[in-house]
Every structure is written in C-alpha cells, then in structure tokens.
Ligand binder design. Structure first.
Ligand SMILES: *Cc1c(COP(=O)(O)O)cnc(C)c1O
Length: 368
C-alpha cells in the first residue's frame, strides 16, 4: 500500500506559491524593509477580519503571544493562572516565564477541552487571576460557560487559539471575536503557517492596544519609553508569506472539514474515540485525533501505522501535568492523563485524497 504523509508541504508551497513569495521577497530586499513593513499591517487587518476581532498585532511567535497577553491583562509574578491540562507545553510554560504559577484545570474525556466543572472545583482552593483555555486540535472551548464563571470574579480569560486559525465557536462566530485576548501561532505546521516563526494576538479592547504595541517593541511608545518590554516584532518576510496565505485559509479549512467528515464515515465502526460530533462543523481541523482503549494499544498502533507508511503523531504524548519541569504544580489532572495516554493523531491536511483516506482506513482495520 501507498505511504500517507502526515503533512503535505510540497502541495501547500507549490511552484506558483513559491513564485509569488519570491516576488514579495525581492521587493522587501529592494526596499530594505525587513521588520514590520507594509505586509505586517496588511496581514494584521486581514487576520483581524478573519477572526472577527477589532485588533490584531503580529508578534514573533505564539508563545510570546501568550506571555504578552498575560502581562497585558495584569498578571503579575506570584499570581495563579489556570491552564487546560491538555495542550502544547508552551501554554503552561508562558505562565511560568512571566513569573506566575500554573494551576491545572482538567478536561472533558471525549475532547481534551477545559471542563468548567473542574474550573469551579479548582476555584474553591485557588484564587486565579486568569485562565488559559485552549482550542485544542481546532475544537472550540465552551467560552460562554467559562465567561459566566469568570466574569463575576474578575478572572481574565486568554484563549490559546494557536490551532484555530479560521475556526469557529459553537455559536458559529469566529474564534477570536470574543471580548478576551486570543493568541495565535503561525509556526509552519499550523493551519496558517509562516516560513519560520510568527504569532499574533487578537482582541477588541482599545485600551490594551498601546501597551501591547509597547511590549512587543522594547517598551517604546509615541511619548517615549513606557515600560520594560521585549523584542517580539515579526519579520516582514514572514508577514509577506502569511498575508499571501490568508487568501486560501478559509478554503483549506473547508477542505479539512470535508476530509474529517470522510474519515468519520470511514472509521465509524472501529473501536476508537473520535472528535465529538458537535465540533465537526466548527473545528478548524488542525489535527485529526483518535483515542484507543489503553496506552499499550496506542503505542502498538503507532508502531503498526509507522511500519505501514502511515504518518502519525502523539499530540500529546503527555498531559501538561506529566511534563517534568511543571509536574509539581497543583490543580486537577485525572481525565487529562487518561486522555493523553490514549490519543494519537492521523494524517490531516487539505490535500488528503480519497485513496489516502481509504489506505488509512484499511490499515486501521487490519490492526483492530
Ligand atoms: C504551537 C502552539 C503554541 C506555541 O506557538 P509557537 O509559535 O511555537 O511559540 C502554543 N499553544 C499551542 C496550543 C500550540 O499548538
């Protein structure tokens, strides 16, 4: 049987796309406009529109986006910040690097998304200054319910949307259109990826725009130096690539959704957990996670897929509370450990063919 790649960069970055990129690169070099040029502002307005937000600011990467968002909402060293126990390491790491203390919030066993009931239990023991729910795999967290819990207590919400470019909440509005700060990463493997590192925040609150602008550029502001910031500017070359990709992101996400629907149909009789049906239409389908009964089955399946040439990846092999440097922090973790133990991701990108989906299906059938 034919090999099935986990990603397909040669189709994504085809000859025509490369030609367009090179044209923009030549113009940037000719104009010596290397940092924060016209494509940065063009992208920022286009991406804000895509995500239904008033403002977008490009940054150096998605981890900076979380750190700067935490600082912008007033998180100070020693403050406690709740974080979804299933995510990429950076969601918790950013809390530690700003001097705050992560507290884990457990997840729904079927999605890996933050469970509001766990947040309420955690709040009985911990005073949280902010929480970071993560739209993991592209599935939308139930932000409305989290806001009902957090708003009366003055707890800020920072949405980690690193996997949700072009994705939607359950009510059909774009991720990033809420009144919270939403953070994005444009790491090359994301749905919208640069030719290197880049990130962004989207938000509606005018009052935090100037502080965020200052934070990303050494504390500078029109009136002088405002605060101690950092360098989190985004290269003009990266913005030029991202701006080009904006044209296609919505179509590519539609293609991902159609592929996800085909997968669901093809795999429905196998003994696996798939993304809950209610997210089929709203997810950005960054990844296609499946769950099996035990950790042992997961590793056996991983080996079997690899031997048969089927791309696969463990996102996430460990839940955040199992990661050594942060495992001592408090909170809830029970469901997250089970979820991470049982989850594996199948190939997912906009160019997956029916034949490839069938190959994945036949290989999984053989395994089970
Ligand atoms: C990729 C990712 C990040 C970090 O983004 P970088 O651009 O690599 O710094 C943060 N959170 C989640 C959920 C991610 O997937």
């Amino acid at each position: 049987m034919q090999a099935v790649g986990f990603y397909n960069f040669s189709k994504l970055h085809d000859q025509e796309f490369q030609k367009q990129v090179m044209g923009r690169f030549q113009e940037i070099v000719a104009n010596n406009a290397f940092v924060e040029g016209k494509w940065n502002t063009e992208f920022e307005s286009g991406f804000a529109k895509l995500q239904g937000a008033k403002h977008c600011l490009l940054l150096a990467n998605g981890t900076d986006a979380i750190e700067l968002a935490l600082i912008a909402v007033g998180v100070k060293p020693g403050d406690k910040v709740g974080v979804q126990a299933i995510s990429f390491y950076a969601s918790a790491e950013a809390i530690v690097t700003v001097g705050a203390i992560p507290v884990f919030i457990d997840v729904f066993p079927e999605s890996g998304l933050m469970d509001p009931a766990s947040l309420e239990r955690v709040l009985k023991k911990h005073d949280l200054k902010a929480i970071i729910p993560v739209h993991i795999y592209g599935q939308p967290v139930d932000i409305t319910t989290l806001e009902k819990i957090c708003k009366p207590k003055g707890i800020k919400i920072i949405e980690d949307g690193a996997q949700s470019q072009g994705g939607f909440y359950e009510n059909g509005k774009p991720i990033g259109s809420s009144d919270n700060i939403t953070t994005f990463s444009f790491y090359p493997t994301k749905n919208l990826g640069a030719f290197g590192d880049a990130g962004a925040v989207t938000f509606n609150d005018d009052a935090i725009k100037q502080p965020l602008l200052s934070l990303r550029n050494h504390g500078r502001s029109p009136g002088g130096t405002l605060l101690v910031g950092r360098n989190s500017r985004c290269d003009h070359l990266q913005a030029a690539v991202l701006h080009l990709k904006l044209e296609k992101i919505s179509q590519y996400n539609e293609d991902r959704k159609a592929i996800a629907a085909k997968y669901v149909k093809a795999l429905k009789d196998l003994p696996i957990r798939m993304v809950p049906e209610k997210y089929l239409k709203t997810s950005s389908w960054h990844l296609f996670p499946i769950g099996v009964d035990t950790k042992e089955t997961k590793y056996k399946l991983k080996d079997f897929l690899t031997q048969n040439g089927i791309g696969n990846a463990l996102f996430y092999e460990k839940a955040l509370p199992e990661e050594g440097p942060i495992s001592h922090y408090e909170g809830e973790r029970e469901k997250a450990l089970l979820f991470a133990g049982q989850t594996l991701c199948l190939p997912m990108h906009p160019f997956l063919t029916d034949a490839e989906i069938d190959t994945v299906k036949q290989t999984l059938k053989k395994f089970f």
